[in-house]
Design a protein around this ligand. Structure first.
Ligand SMILES: Nc1ncnc2c1ncn2[C@@H]1O[C@H](COP(=O)(O)OP(=O)(O)OP(=O)(O)O)[C@@H](O)[C@H]1O
Length: 312
């Protein structure tokens, strides 16, 4: 058993590394996904998400490092593991002429013990017509077939590569509800996305990768607290920038007569207290935008706090 692996850990990687020639896929990835949590695996195109997922499933072999999935070795225990996992690949290829029902019956039989009603109720939720040939389906409908096969046997662990891609907003919400229900039933979910907004309402934590390396692991709620926002305050009289520079979390202070503009990272309280010394005519604050926070990790390299404390 790897260091740090306990029954509370559904996925553990240690220094997991894969290069394609000289091209880095993923390097020295140390990640733990706790049993029963939903972890979003976020990064832009080419960051290394699919490489990681394929390593976890032993579709690729690492150059260095190890992974442990549900306490098992992805290579040695591949067959057992694949029965206990629900996997949605990033690229779905359905070459045959089967209908969705035929294909899903094949998957259900291969897994055994999957009541057909599990398939039909998922299909109903996702508004998927099972009688249609899969090959002729739109990307979104193919994605739904992929989701039904990943969820239908109520696996202990769901590994989903870009599950929201191709789904319209309504179906994305339905999918996220399925994820929350899976978590409530004690299942673990590891899902990649390049759009934070698409996973934030269901994820407990997000791991952020860039250029093949882990940039941060954060609780979604603390991403919210760290949200960077721009603030504009209109005062009754001219103010001095010096009154606001140096306040905790406040940067980029610009003053033009009675108007103050700045950026606030985290709590607004220090700025509000300083502003209250003057007559405040108006205050404009952009909604906390997790997308901006997410990007700020990329460009500042911040936010390794929870990564450093991973497993704590
Ligand atoms: N078969 C391959 N041969 C060479 N390079 C590859 C191969 N597969 C991936 N890469 C490279 O490895 C890096 C990580 O790719 P990966 O597909 O894991 O990223 P990703 O985060 O899943 O991106 P996307 O969202 O586009 O799928 C990229 O630079 C990519 O070009």
């Amino acid at each position: 058993m790897l260091y740090g692996m306990t029954s509370d850990t559904a996925v553990l990687t240690e220094d997991l590394t894969k290069f394609y020639g000289s091209q880095r896929g993923i390097e020295k990835l140390n990640l733990d996904v706790r049993t029963g949590e939903v972890m979003g695996f976020l990064g832009p195109n080419g960051a290394g998400k699919t490489t990681t997922i394929r390593l976890l499933l032993d579709f690729l072999r690492p150059d260095r490092g190890h992974a442990r999935i549900l306490g098992m070795d992805p290579r040695r225990d591949k067959a057992t593991l694949h029965r206990q996992i629900g996997y949605l690949p990033g690229e779905l290829a359905f070459p045959g002429r089967e209908t969705a029902a035929d294909l899903l019956r094949f998957f259900a039989d291969a897994r055994g013990d999957v009541p057909w009603t599990a398939v039909t109720s998922l299909a109903e939720r996702l508004d998927l017509d099972l009688s249609r040939p899969v090959r002729a389906m739109s990307k979104g409908n193919k994605q739904k077939v992929g989701l039904v096969q990943a969820f239908m046997h109520q696996p202990a662990l769901l590994i989903l590569d870009e599950p929201t891609s191709g789904l319209d907003p309504l179906m994305q919400q339905e999918f996220l509800a399925m994820v929350r229900e899976a978590r409530d039933a004690g299942q673990t979910v590891f899902m990649s996305s390049h759009v934070l907004a698409e996973v934030q309402s269901a994820a407990d934590r997000v791991a952020i990768v860039r250029n093949g390396q882990l940039a941060a692991v954060e609780k979604v709620e603390s991403l919210g607290r760290r949200a960077v926002r721009s603030v504009e305050i209109h005062f009754g009289d001219p103010v001095h920038a010096s009154e606001f520079t140096g306040l905790p979390g406040v940067t980029g202070v610009e003053v033009a007569g009675p108007v103050l503009r700045c950026t606030v990272d985290g709590r607004l309280d220090p700025l509000i207290k300083a502003a209250a010394r003057h007559e405040v005519i108006d205050l404009l604050s952009a909604e906390p935008d997790l997308e901006e926070t997410f990007l700020s990790y990329y460009y500042t390299g911040e936010g390794t706090s929870d990564a450093a404390a991973a497993g704590a």
